[in-house]
Design a protein around this ligand. Structure first.
Ligand code: ADP
Length: 475
């Protein structure tokens, strides 16, 4: 039961609170900046009273966001910049709108160049405010590029509208449009760490051009890989109708210099229009981002080159990054049209991990040291324009036992160099003598670099026929 005194006191307190609110509102308006006034006018309400919705985007998607925002604005959209010194890079949109210290005002827009392909770029807004309408409702949006130097690793959109539901719909449409119009779709991408630390962005790479004829492998080997990677993609609809999964994981293994990378390059050549992400060695740590791109822009290929380097990283037992890779393979839906292609010189290092997580790799293909017949073809291929006789090429190939395709290529280069040094055309002796030098015991390290039998610091059996013992590729 309340006494009259209590009622009196409560009335007094609530009156006081109302006054507190009024004063703070008035002060908010009085510290509103000229930029805040422009935004408020556009929104039709006091911008300082509207909640800001923040959307982070990877900086390599900033171009996509920029294009999508250009497309989404209805009619009389406006783009304004922000003046107010370097502080504007550190302060958020809400601080641009009300600020007791800095009078933020409309000014020139900051732009930055961003790649839109391997040899093209576009100008995108790196700091600015867009005033636009969506579904007829006014929206204000601050857009900024990542600035790792200021501790902001991702690009940022801050969205304001008097109508919360519109903001939600707007952001959904924006994300959708960013995917539909993405400049990443259908491109070959790699990941480079930025100079500021761990974060990395996708960068465009020229699609390779390697014909099947450029590759010398044992009968049926190339066809098997091509069939698995490309054949499944080409028949994706029929396979899906029949309830079959599209996701596939191919492992190519064998000594260095035998043509694994060359084969990958051929696969990328044959899949124009398919989005591909190529991660090599230490950039494999960006597997999460790569898998995300693959899922978003399928059909896609993810290449993980020299995956053993990941498995062998020091202190990494039980190989967390390798497991992360395998989990990324597993994390994608089975009906995702994504092919993972992995290469390794050291399958022995991977065997246990792959056995522990079965089902990730559904085709393991050995790319062994070339047999004598392939070696002869390799020697001929790399001597194509050179005036060596058939006999000397055949003899050299026979003598070069245990060597690889990259060895054949290097041998020809050295033979030509020798002739150039003596200012004459290359001849059979150049080939024979350079082969002698390379096969010389003292050149064992060079040979190892070019990938030859018994030269690696590995315990693989020299004949390389160790595939049959693996249980993890099914069948
Ligand atoms: P890997 O990835 O197996 O270590 P690469 O594919 O990088 O070896 O080979 C290096 C280079 O050696 C190739 O770019 C190519 O010029 C040559 N080469 C190696 N293997 C072959 C092959 N099987 N057929 C044709 N060229 C080859």
């Amino acid at each position: 039961m309340l006494h009259d005194d209590d009622r009196e006191l409560m009335r007094a307190v609530s009156g006081y609170l109302r006054r507190v609110n009024e004063v703070s509102e008035r002060e908010a308006v009085s510290t509103r900046t000229p930029l805040g006034d422009v935004i408020s006018e556009h929104l039709g309400v006091d911008a300082s009273q509207v909640p800001v919705v923040v959307e982070q985007i990877a900086d390599h998607r900033l171009v996509d966001a920029d294009l999508a925002l250009d497309a989404l604005g209805e009619g009389d959209g406006r783009l304004i910049g922000v003046t107010g010194g370097d502080q504007r890079h550190h302060q958020r949109l809400s601080e641009w709108i009300t600020n007791p210290h800095t009078r933020y005002a409309p000014g020139p827009v900051d732009f930055a160049e961003r790649a839109t392909g391997p040899s093209s770029s576009a100008r995108v807004v790196s700091l600015g405010v867009r005033l636009l309408r969506f579904d007829g409702v006014p929206i204000a949006l601050a857009q900024r590029a990542a600035s790792p130097e200021f501790g902001r690793p991702a690009a940022l959109l801050e969205v304001l509208s008097a109508d919360d539901a519109v903001v939600t719909r707007f952001l959904e449409t924006l994300r959708q449009t960013m995917i539909e119009r993405s400049v990443l779709r259908g491109q070959v991408l790699s990941f480079q760490p930025t100079e500021y630390g761990r974060d990395a962005g996708a960068t465009f790479v020229e699609r390779p051009a390697v014909a099947a004829d450029d590759i010398v492998l044992g009968a049926g080997v190339l066809e098997e890989v091509v069939q698995h990677v490309i054949g499944i993609g080409r028949n994706s609809e029929a396979l899906q109708r029949a309830g079959q999964h599209l996701k596939r994981g191919v492992l190519m293994y064998g000594p260095p210099g035998t043509g694994k990378t060359l084969t990958v390059r051929h696969l990328l050549t044959e899949t124009a229009g398919v989005t591909a992400v190529v991660l090599t060695g230490s950039s494999i740590r960006f597997i999460g981002a790569a898998a995300e791109i693959a899922r978003t822009f399928q059909p896609a290929i993810v290449v993980l080159e020299d995956i053993d380097l990941v498995a062998m990283e020091r202190h990494s037992s039980p190989q967390p990054l390798l497991f992360e890779v395998l989990d990324a393979l597993d994390g994608l839906d089975g009906d995702a049209d994504v092919a993972f292609i992995m290469t390794t010189n050291r399958v022995d290092v991977l065997e246990r991990a792959l056995a522990e997580r079965p089902g990730r790799v559904d085709l393991a293909v050995e790319i062994p040291l070339p047999a004598p017949a392939e070696r002869r073809r390799l020697f001929r291929r790399y001597a194509q324009a050179l005036p060596f006789t058939e006999d000397s090429l055949t003899a050299a190939a026979e003598r070069a036992e245990g060597t690889t395709g990259s060895f054949a290529k290097e041998l020809m280069r050295r033979s030509v160099l020798r002739a150039i040094r003596e200012e004459r055309e290359p001849r059979d002796e150049d080939l024979a003598e350079e082969l002698d030098r390379l096969m010389d015991a003292r050149q064992h390290l060079t040979r190892a670099m070019l990938g030859s039998a018994g030269e690696q610091d590995s315990d693989l059996p020299p004949d390389g026929h160790h595939a049959a013992s693996f249980g993890w590729f099914g069948g």
